[in-house]
Design a protein around this ligand. Sequence first.
Ligand code: CAA
Length: 254
Amino acid sequence: MEEGSGGLRCEVDGEIATITLTRPDKRNAQTSAMWSAMARFGETLPESVRVVVIEGEGPSFSAGLDLGAFSGETGATFATAAKTGDAELEQVIGEFQRGFLWLRSPQFVSIAAVQGHAIGAGFQLALACDLRVVADDVKFCMKEPALGLVPDLTGTKPLVDIVGVPRAIEICLTARTVGADEAARLGLAELVVPREELGQAVRDLAAALLSTDRDAARATKRLLQQAPGRTLEEQAAAERAEQAVRIKALFAPR
Ligand code: CAA
């Protein structure tokens, strides 16, 4: 299955789905049409998909929001939206966020393969994934506050979950660049590899993820995702419930 859409290529090959940002000449700047296409792709993924990879062609993973959004036709759309009520405006932003939120589904593990710049919406797209494999030339930057905006593409929660509130404040409110070594130290990257090894490193990780049992992997991801919001006792109860399902599936007489 392959689906093309301005600036985006979406493919499913067996258990692996891949979204490729295909505007290298514009450093994979993102448009709202790309976010809609991502949402559609995510919402229609076959149940068999266990790994989703997001990658960008060219020197940069993504230079963030297409700055053309502030001018021209899209700029006019924003100007019109700015005159509407808060609820309507938030609904528009909610539509944008749909492109990112599905990447957390327990159905699969999402991996961002990040090289070069990951700015603003680019950083948030990487944060929307479960795991980040980065090249040694990676440059993360949450530029929104420097442009008078907030990061609104679902990036603030994963950022805080990973680096904590004080570091997230420092990174966002200075809009500074985080390089590969620091990203690894802060937990923003699970793996740092030389630029030319990025593709192979992601393929190896995907193969390792596919080596475990599909249903157990999904149940374990559910447990791990929900653990931070639970007490130890609640989590122990959730483990019992998930394990009961697993034991029945594995050992109940057929
Ligand atoms: N939007 C539109 N076009 C962009 C772009 C963007 N965000 N980033 C780069 N481009 C275009 C450039 O205009 C240029 O196009 P032309 O060749 O037609 O002139 C082309 O991509 C290559 O850019 P550079 O020559 O600048 O490439 P570089 O490798 O030297 O630099 C860069 C790369 C550091 C990413 C630099 O292009 C840059 O700073 N871009 C802007 C980044 C930015 O401010 N993004 C917005 C973040 S905020 C956000 O994303 C908002 C949100 O979520 C709500």
